[in-house]
Ligand binder design. Sequence first.
Ligand code: SF4
Length: 556
Amino acid sequence: MEQDREILDVDVLFVGGGAACLSGAIHLADISAKCGLGDISIAVLEKGSYAGAHIISGAVMDPSVLAELIPDFEEKGAPIEGVVKKEQVLFLTRSGKIRFPIVPPPMDNHGSLVVSISKVTEWLAQIAEEKGVDIFTGFAATDILYHQGRVMGVTTGDKGIGADGRPKASFEPGIDLRAKVTVFGEGARGSLTKKLIQELHLDEGRNPQNYVVGIKEVWETANVMIQPGEVVHTMGFPHKNRTYGGGFIYGMDDSRISIGLLTGLDYGDPWLDPHREFQKFKTHPFVASLLKDGKILQYGANTAPVGGYFAIPQLYFDGGVLVGDCAGLFISQKLKGIHVAMKSGMLAAETICEALLKGDFCADRLKPYQETLYASEAGRALYKSRNFHQLFRKGLYGALLTAGIQYLLGGRIIKPRLLTQPDHSHMRPVAAGNGASASTDEHAGSLRYDGVTTFDKETDVYYSGTSHEESQPPHLKIVDLSVCYDQCLEKFQAPCQRFCPANVYEIRTDAETGKPAMRLNFSNCLHCKTCDVKDPYQNIVWVPPEGGDGPKYTIL
Ligand code: SF4
C-alpha cells in the first residue's frame, strides 16, 4: 500500500534492536556530543513487541566490550546470572561421559558472564533511551530505501492487511524512515541484509555464509547441580560424527539453567530434525539428572552464522554499514558473538561520527569501520579461527585434531582459505543412502515425548510465547508450491517438516483430491530463519510479519 506513508527523517537509523545496534546507538549518543556534533537524532527500529522479545543466545558473554561501553555496568544493574569460575568440556556417548582433562584454550570462558541476552537487550534499550535514543518497537523493516544508488533508510510494513492481501478496518500504513546513515543489525540471516548483500554484491569473492540452529530451553531445577556461572559444553551424543555442533548447559541464578543444542545446517541427512536431536540430548543420563523434578520455563530457537572470517561480506556501502550477526561477526571456535556484535556497533558509531562531521556518507567514508573492526581484538580473533568451521567437513574427530594444530599455528592451515558450499546444497536425496534412507521413526529410536523432560514441537512453541495475527498473509513465502509437491517431496521427503523447530510446515493429503497440500502454521514461527537457510531448493523466503508479532522471550 503506497498511500499516506508518513516520512520520518533521522540522522542515524539502526535497523534491529539487538546488542550490536543498541551498543552502536549508546556509543554514538555518548561520543557525538564530545566530537562536536551536538544533538543528533538516533533511532532504533525493532520488530519485536519490546526490546529483547526476539533476542536469544546461549549465552556466555566476554565482558570486555560491555566494560568499554558502560564501565559501571554492575552499578547500572546489568542483568548478570553469574561469573564463570567453573567450566568443563564433556564428550558424551549414548549413556556415558568423558571429561576433557583441560578446557581447550579457545573454549576457556573463565571470567566471562553467563547472561540471558533477552534481559541484557532490554537493559541496554533502557540505557539507550535514557541517552535520548528513540526506540521504535513493534515495527518491522520490510524494504530498503535507495536514492541515486545510495541507501537512505528503510520502510516499515503496513499493519492491518488481511489474509487476502487487502486492507482491513484496522489498516495503518507503514512509514518511511530516512537517515543519513543506516546501520543494519538484524541478526542472523536478516531479511533486508540478505537483499542488500545480493543487490550490492557485498559477498563477492567471499565464502557463502554457513549457520547453526540453536534450540534452547531455560529450566528451573529442583536439584541445583549446576551453580550460577558454571559452564558445561558437550560434544558427541546425540550428534553423529559428521554433524557439526554440540550442547551447552549454563548455570543461571534462582536455580535455573540454560540448556541447548547447536546443529550445523550443513548436515546432509534429510531426516535429521534439530528439535528432536535436542530432545534426545535431554535424555542423556547426565543431562536428565540435571533436569529431574525441574520444570521448563521458556523455549526458543535461532540461527547463528558460523562461516567465519572468509564468509563476512563487505561491511560498508554508500549510506550504511552492517553490524553483528547479520554480518557474520561470530567466533564459532569460541561460540561467541555478543561482544563482537557490540564491538562492531561501537566501531560503526565512531566511523559514523566522523562521517556526520564531514557530511559525507559514501562507502569510502564508511570504510574505516571495517578496517578498525578487523584491527581490533575481536577482528583478530575472527581471523585467527578463519578456517575453523571448514575443518568439520570430514567429521568431528579429525576436526578436533586439526583445530588444535590450527590454534597453535595462529589459524594457519595447509591452505590459506578453505572453501565452503551453502548449507542448503548439502542435503542428500533420501534414495541416496548415506544414512538418508531411514525414516523419521527410525531416527527417533526409542525417543517418546513424555511431556515432562521431552516435548513435541507444539508444546515447546507454547513456551516461546510466540503469536502472530492470524488474519494476515503468511510471512513464509513459498516461491513455487509445485516444487514442494513435484520435486522436494519425492527427493527429500519435505525436510521443512523436520528442520523447522516450530512445526510451521505440514504436508497433508487432501481428502478430496488425494494430492499433497501444504499447511503453514505460521503463527508458530520463532523467526529463527532455519527454513530460509536450509530449504534445499531455496523455495522458502522468510519476510517479516506484522511488527510486534513473534516470540516473547524474557529469559533466553
Ligand atoms: Fe524458523 Fe522458518 Fe520455522 Fe519460522 S518457519 S520457526 S523461521 S524454520
